[in-house]
Design a protein. Structure first.
Length: 130
């Protein structure tokens, strides 16, 4: 077992080509993980070849659309539909796209974290209160 862990951060436009390169080299898609932060999502794509396991991270602002990788990694459509429905990640051309019917959930995009409005906290002046 390898104890190394690699995580390379990519720009959004680089991800598609990196995943296509890995698929052509014989790698398989192991998983895609999403984590929500205020105003953006962090996505980690993991691919494996034998015992080699590589991870690629992208930071996706809430209103930014990314390309699907389901056209060459068909199993990606499961992860992509999940990210779209639960985190609000905008992914174009998922094949197939379940159009937010992948899960039975009460709240739309329950894990999406919008940018909060700036809030100014003002302490009440004790002398003025009297």
């Amino acid at each position: 077992m390898r104890e190394e862990y690699s995580l390379e951060t990519l720009e959004i436009p680089e991800l598609y080509n990196k995943m296509l390169e890995k698929q052509r080299a014989g790698y398989r898609l192991a998983q895609i993980c999403a984590t929500a932060f205020e105003g953006y999502n962090e996505l980690i794509y993991s691919v494996a070849y034998g015992y080699d396991f590589e991870n690629y991270k992208i930071i996706v602002p809430i209103d930014t659309e990314i390309s699907t990788i389901s056209d060459f990694f068909p199993s990606a459509m499961l992860y992509e539909n999940e990210m779209k429905e639960l985190f609000g990640v905008k992914i174009k051309s998922i094949n197939p796209d379940f159009n937010n019917k992948f899960f039975r959930i009460a709240k739309e995009t329950p894990f999406k974290k919008e940018v909060k409005d700036a809030v100014k906290i003002v302490k009440k002046d004790e002398e003025a209160a009297e």
